[in-house]
Design a protein around this ligand. Structure first.
Ligand code: AMP
Length: 307
């Protein structure tokens, strides 16, 4: 049940059509850890933060079963900062600012105590840094999953192409899938992307759910129709945490089980957007997660009589 999570731990500033946040704690690996730790513990975290990152946040993660041995604290530097603005549909956003700060020269180190981990979740980070973690693993993990974003396609495409050759599953959103493959049809995009390395591909479509591809197989998962979406930031990472957390818990990496993992990921993401930042992820417990998964089952369950 052992899982390594790699990614940014950050400060975010978010604008939606309905409000603006102060600098709040975010980051890909922060969201992934809050989500995955609902399903599997410990979560072996690898990241870097500056001296400005709140100790209470680190303590809260540790109390939730997140092992922070692989998180470097650079006391005299500043944490990664990202600012984004969502459009009216809350599905698309513009990056207003990316300050790499501590991420600019981050050299991750996989602690010895993480080496026997079977599952590796490479959250959003420079592709070369993601690759360095793969190369440090003495034994190939049972499953390696990678998340990325347009920022890296624009600034580090050769590195991204290289790391994609060494991962089993790629998680990206629909616009990123189109950008990566230069194909508009998501079916064609999936075919092209799977030629780049990953045997499985999850395309996230925000409030329209997610698609799972493998060879000629496709599975579609809905998103929970919510009356109010407060802050979609981190929804993709929370999805990733639920997806890998479920696979690490069940230790079954078949396509059939990945379908369930996509539903668990979707359920976790549906919590994350209900409040700003990681607030909602800190409130929920196992019974909330179970009843949300049940709602998803009801959402897609129907009987049909074909005459
Ligand atoms: P998501 O909404 O799931 O795509 O992820 C949003 C999170 O990704 C935010 O909390 C940001 O701190 C983080 N993030 C944004 N840009 C980057 C980047 N270039 N590298 C690493 N993390 C990033």
């Amino acid at each position: 049940m052992s899982l390594i999570v790699v990614g940014s731990m950050a400060f975010d500033q978010i604008e939606t059509p309905f409000g603006k946040s102060d600098r709040i704690v975010g980051g890909a690996a922060t969201y992934i850890a809050w989500s995955a730790s609902q399903l599997v513990q410990p979560v072996n975290q690898i990241s870097v933060v500056g001296g400005d990152f709140p100790q209470e946040e680190l303590d809260a993660l540790a109390a939730r079963g997140v092992n922070l041995e692989g998180v470097q604290v650079k006391k005299d530097q500043r944490s990664f900062f990202w600012a984004g603005r969502y459009h009216m549909d809350m599905n698309s956003r513009d990056t207003l600012e990316t300050q790499l700060n501590v991420l600019a020269d981050f050299e991750p180190v996989v602690p010895d105590s993480y080496q026997d981990s079977e599952f590796l979740m490479l959250g959003n980070l420079a592709p070369a840094v993601q690759h360095s973690v793969i190369r440090q693993m003495r034994r190939k993990p049972k499953l390696t999953v990678l998340d990325t974003m347009n920022f890296w396609m624009e600034s580090a495409m050769p590195d991204l192409e290289r790391v994609l050759q060494d991962v089993d599953v790629l998680l990206i959103n629909d616009s990123e899938a189109r950008q990566l493959s230069a194909q508009y049809s998501l079916v064609r995009a999936a075919r092209e992307i799977m030629k780049m390395g990953p045997k499985y591909l999850v395309i996230k479509k925000g409030e329209h759910g997610a698609l799972l591809f493998h060879e000629d197989l496709v599975f579609v998962a809905p998103a929970l129709p919510l009356e109010e979406v407060f802050d979609p930031t981190g929804a993709g990472d929370t999805f990733a945490g639920g997806f890998i957390g479920y696979l690490a818990r069940t230790r079954d990496i078949s396509f059939e089980n990945m379908k369930s993992a996509v539903i668990v990921g979707s359920a976790m993401a549906s919590f994350s957007v209900e409040k700003f930042g990681t607030t909602r992820m800190k409130e929920i417990d196992k019974s909330d997660v179970e009843s949300r998964i049940r709602q998803f089952i009801d959402l897609v369950n129907f009987e049909i009589q074909l005459t």
